[in-house]
Write a protein that binds this ligand. Structure first.
Ligand code: ADP
Ligand code: MG
Length: 284
């Protein structure tokens, strides 16, 4: 085959803000059966705003404690909380912060052991919380201090402008979109309904995402996975075409990816498929 067409394809893609790290990946894009996508930062803007705070503590103390811990994280949720707390006084002393992948953070704030993350994180550390928290249809950051549940805050995010159109365009090309997320199932289902995605899973750990993609591969599907987070690197590596969002994306994911979308628009996936098809014609 004549590689000229492929070089042309990579060049054309790059002019559309799509970085392709090898001509074979343009080929893979023409063979896809399934686009598997992360939610936060990929189909949604990944720009969260703190909405509501419910706590048994003094609200100021609560937000200061959470923000102190979240300062060490680059997660979009962490950024929203730090920004929200910003104006408000000094921060307490923090040590031994650990990121619990796809769940949240654990650390010592002013001498107390603080957990903040999703409900799974609290479960993991045997902290009981009011069951009505399960029903909330927003992303929750729940907080435990010294093994006691002390409250939560909700944060909200919006779908990207071109996300629904992307899902529809892929469907027209015969490609199914599946959403996998570490966020609460109730939130994931709400976003899936908005975007007309019929298959979506929430409450997943990073390793659950890997397993889902492996199952799809075993079933003979040709898969692109698109994600942005640190935790997405393993699943990006496993997919036939691993795609990273370049703007908000973590370095690890961008490095592992076969294709990087520089402006973070999911619709570029469709553009990449079209360029792949065009390139193939030129090669022949
Ligand atoms: P997604 O799969 O939607 O991109 P992630 O895997 O990045 O989500 O995170 C999954 C969930 O873990 C988040 O929805 C949130 O509940 C929790 N989480 C992750 N990182 C943090 C953090 N720094 N602070 C609080 N919660 C977090
Ligand atoms: Mg993500």
């Amino acid at each position: 085959s004549i590689p000229l067409g492929y070089f042309g394809g990579i060049g054309l893609a790059s002019r559309h803000g799509i970085l392709v790290k090898g001509s074979n990946f343009l080929d893979v894009m023409t063979e896809l059966t399934t686009v598997v996508s992360d939610k936060t930062g990929t189909l949604t803007q990944g720009v969260f705003k703190v909405q509501e705070i419910k706590t048994s503590l003094d609200e100021q103390e609560f937000i200061q404690t959470v923000a102190a811990l979240e300062k060490s994280s680059t997660h979009p949720i962490a950024k929203a909380i730090v920004e929200y707390a910003h104006e408000k006084t000094q921060t307490p002393h923090v040590e031994k912060v650990e990121e619990v992948a796809g769940q949240g953070l654990k650390g010592i704030v002013a001498g107390k052991t603080v957990l903040c993350g999703n409900l799974k994180l609290l479960q993991k550390f045997n902290i009981t919380y009011p069951t009505e928290l399960e029903q909330i249809v927003d992303t929750i950051v729940a907080v435990g201090i010294d093994n006691q549940y002390v409250g939560y805050l909700t944060i909200a995010d919006e779908v990207k402008d071109d996300a629904a159109q992307t899902v529809a365009d892929l469907k027209k090309l015969g490609i199914e979109t599946i959403m996998l997320s570490g966020d609460k199932t109730a939130v994931v289902q709400k976003i899936a309904d908005q975007l007309h995605i019929s298959t979506a899973y929430g409450d997943l750990l990073p390793e659950d995402k890997v397993q889902k993609v492996q199952e799809l591969k075993n079933a003979g599907k040709r898969i692109a996975f698109v994600g942005d987070g640190v935790n997405d690197a393993p699943v990006v590596a496993l997919a036939d075409a691993g795609i990273a969002m370049g703007g908000l994306g973590s370095d690890a994911t961008i490095e592992t990816a076969d294709i990087v979308i520089q402006n973070d628009q999911p619709s570029r996936i469709v553009v990449a498929i079209k360029i792949g098809k065009l390139t193939k014609q030129v090669v022949w």
